[in-house]
Design a protein around this ligand. Structure first.
Ligand code: AQP
Length: 381
C-alpha cells in the first residue's frame, strides 16, 4: 500500500505546477508569451451561446489557444453545476449541455490543443468546493453582488435593488466558492473572465490564501491565479441596453444566438432599441442602444468602434442596422454550419467529452491528493 501510494505520487507529481507562485499579481495581460500557464475558463449551458458570450469570452478562448506556447495548458469547461444555481428545465439543460460543447468546437476550439470538458464529469470540483465552503466566511460571500444581478436578469428586472433575498438558494449564494474550486482544482495560473467576474477571482485568491495559510503554510499548495485581461467586449441586450445580453433573459429577441439564421439575425437587429437622435455618434452613456450596435459591428469587423462611428456620422440607424445584419451573418455563418453538423454527431461529442473528462481528472487528481492530505483526509480510498 505504502509503496503503491509512493509510486502514484511520483507518477502524478509532474502534473502539479512547478511554478506555484507564478501568478502573484492580480491582473495579467496576454501580451507576454509566458510559459507554463494553466488557463481555465467556463461557460454555463443555460442556452445556446450568444454574441455577448462570443465577443466577451469565447472568441478570446480561441485566440488564447492560437497564441498559447507549447507549455501552456488550456482548460475550457461547460459549467452545468453553475447552471443549476437557477431553476433549469431538465430536458433543456441536457440539450444545452450538448449544444454548448458543440459550439465550443464549432468556433474553433481544438481538443488536441485545449482540454474541453464538462464540469459535471469531474467530481473533484465538487469535493474541493465543499472543503472551501468550510473556510469561506459568509460575510465575504454576501459582498459578492452577482447573485443579485443573476436573479434580477432571470426575472427580467433591469434593477437588482428589488431582488428578494427569500429566493436566494444556498447554491446561488455559494457559487463563487464553486468557481474558486473550478480554478484551484487545476492550480490554474490565469483566468480570462469578463469585468463582472473580477470580484470572483479576488475571492478565489482570498480562499487560496486562507487555505495555504491554514493547511500548507510551509509550502503553499495553491497558486494565486491572475485575472487575464483580454480585449473582450461587453455586449448589451438588443431590447434593453441598460442590461447585458444574456441567455436567460426572458425576451428571446434581446440576444443573437450563434445558431440564429440570416432571417432571425435580420429581424432581431431590425427590432433593436436605439434612440431618436439624428445622425450616428458613439456615446455609450447617452445613446447606449446605438453604441451597442456600433460595438457589435466593430467586434465583427475587428475595427476600432470610434472609427466605425465616424463612418456613419452622416447616416442613420437604418444604415447601421443594414450593415450590421450583413457582418453578423458573415461572422456567424461558418460557426453556425459547423455547429449544426456537430450537434447531430453524438458519437464525436461523446468522444470529446470522454477525452476531456480523462484529461481534466488526471490534472485535478494530483492536486486533490495534496489537498486531502493537507486537511487530514486520506488521499486514497
Ligand atoms: N453580454 C455579454 N457581453 C460580454 N460578455 C458576456 N458574457 C456573458 N454575457 C456577456 C461572458 O460569457 C462568458 C460565459 O458566460 P456564462 O454563460 O458562464 O455566464 P453569464 O455571464 O451569466 O452569461 P449569460 O449569457 O448572461 O448567461 P445566463 O443568462 O445563464 O446568466 C463569461 O465570461 C461572461 O463574462
Amino acid at each position: 500500500m505504502q509503496s503503491s501510494l509512493l509510486k502514484r505520487t511520483i507518477r502524478y507529481s509532474f502534473l502539479i505546477p512547478r511554478c506555484r507562485h507564478f501568478a502573484t499579481s492580480f491582473v495579467a495581460h496576454n501580451d507576454v508569451k509566458s510559459k507554463n500557464r494553466v488557463i481555465l475558463s467556463g461557460i454555463q449551458p443555460t442556452g445556446v451561446p450568444h454574441l455577448g458570450n462570443y465577443f466577451g469570452a469565447l472568441a478570446n478562448w480561441v485566440k488564447l489557444q492560437r497564441e498559447a506556447g507549447p507549455d501552456d495548458v488550456l482548460l475550457y469547461m461547460v459549467a452545468s453545476w453553475h447552471a443549476l444555481t437557477l431553476p433549469q428545465d431538465p430536458a433543456q439543460l441536457a440539450n444545452a449541455r450538448n449544444d454548448t460543447l458543440a459550439v465550443l468546437l464549432a468556433i474553433g476550439l481544438d481538443p488536441k490543443r485545449s482540454i474541453i470538458f464538462h464540469q459535471d464529469t469531474n467530481r473533484d470540483h465538487a469535493e474541493l468546493a465543499w472543503i472551501f465552503n468550510c473556510i469561506a466566511p459568509t460575510g465575504m460571500l454576501r459582498r459578492m453582488t452577482t447573485w443579485k444581478s443573476r436573479l434580477a436578469t432571470s426575472r427580467n428586472m433591469s434593477d437588482d435593488t428589488d431582488v428578494d433575498e427569500g429566493s436566494l438558494t444556498a447554491g446561488l449564494f455559494t457559487y463563487p466558492v464553486l468557481q474558486a474550486a473550478d480554478i484551484l482544482v487545476y492550480n490554474a495560473t490565469h483566468v480570462p473572465v469578463g469585468d463582472d467576474q473580477t470580484q470572483h477571482v479576488e475571492l478565489c485568491r482570498d480562499i487560496a490564501e486562507r487555505f495555504n495559510h491554514t493547511f500548507s503554510p510551509e509550502s503553499p499548495l495553491f497558486t494565486l491565479p491572475a485575472l487575464l485581461k483580454t480585449s473582450s467586449k461587453r455586449i448589451l441586450s438588443l431590447r434593453d441596453p441598460s442590461s447585458k445580453m444574456s441567455k436567460s433573459a426572458p425576451d428571446a429577441s434581446s440576444r443573437i444566438l450563434l445558431s440564429d439564421d440570416a432571417s432571425e439575425i435580420a429581424s432581431k437587429i431590425r427590432a433593436a432599441v436605439t434612440d431618436s437622435i439624428p445622425g450616428i455618434t458613439y456615446d455609450p452613456v447617452n445613446r447606449p442602444g446605438t453604441a451597442n450596435l456600433l460595438n457589435i459591428l466593430a467586434a465583427c469587423t475587428n475595427e476600432n468602434v470610434v472609427d466605425v462611428a465616424l463612418r456613419y456620422q452622416d447616416k442613420n440607424h437604418g444604415h447601421v442596422k443594414r450593415d450590421l445584419t450583413e457582418v453578423v451573418e458573415e461572422t456567424l455563418k461558418g460557426p453556425r454550419a459547423e455547429f449544426e453538423r456537430l450537434r447531430k454527431d453524438a458519437a464525436y461529442l461523446r468522444e470529446v467529452a470522454l477525452d476531456g473528462a480523462a484529461k481534466s481528472a488526471e490534472r485535478s487528481e494530483a492536486v486533490m491528493r495534496e489537498v486531502r492530505e493537507a486537511v487530514g483526509l486520506p488521499s486514497f480510498i
